[in-house]
Design a protein around this ligand. Structure first.
Ligand code: ADP
Length: 179
């Protein structure tokens, strides 16, 4: 595991499944605009949470790229799911700003609700086609900037599904941490 501590918050980069983060208060869903089940991360989260999650989440949609909303987590081991709509690469522009907004808005919700731990998947890097190297740079820069001014969040975890994505994020963090 790659770790970086800034002020009172630790950023962790791990390989794993976002639905199995038992020690984390809020997990982030790479949602679709209507906050329906969908595929990829969203499918895995909704299947693990059970149908009540979709009942609650669809009432909050549609949302715009970069936006984040919060629901309960039902049968997941977490307390909350924060649903973010990532940008579709080269369609929702500027894609870097919209992707950064996902991380910013999810972290802001945690601070408002006194949430101490959050886990993110690599938003937009699946069906939405964002190249993982570029997405990692945007995500980690935004997270590291926010870490300088946090009050409630103590743990921020990036959960990468594949070993290749894990390695990209580890390398990117080394660079971002030096800037
Ligand atoms: P988007 O539509 O925002 O691109 P996807 O769900 O298609 O979202 O994919 C986002 C990233 O999440 C991809 O890199 C994908 O490999 C990864 N992923 C898929 N399932 C899981 C999971 N269960 N836990 C963590 N990451 C996952």
């Amino acid at each position: 595991m790659e770790q970086l501590k800034i002020e009172k918050t630790t950023l962790q980069i791990v390989q794993g499944d976002i639905t199995k983060q038992n020690d984390i208060e809020a997990i982030v869903n790479a949602a679709n605009a209507y906050l329906r089940i969908g595929g990829g991360v969203a499918g895995a989260i909704h299947r693990a949470a059970g149908p009540e999650l979709e009942n609650e989440s669809t009432k909050l949609g549609p949302i715009d790229p970069g936006e984040a909303v919060i629901t309960g987590a039902y049968n997941l081991p977490n307390k909350y799911v924060i649903h973010c709509l990532g940008p579709v690469y080269e369609r929702d522009i500027p894609h870097d700003k919209l992707l950064a907004n996902c991380y910013k808005n999810a972290i802001d919700i945690c601070e408002e609700k006194n949430i101490e731990s959050i886990a993110f998947p690599a938003i937009s890097t699946g069906a939405f086609g964002y190249p993982v190297e570029d997405a990692a740079e945007v995500a980690l820069k935004e997270i590291v900037e926010k870490m300088k001014i946090l009050k409630s969040l103590k743990t921020i975890r990036m959960v990468l599904f594949s070993n290749q994505d894990l390695e990209v994020h580890k390398e990117t963090l080394k660079r971002v941490a030096k800037q």
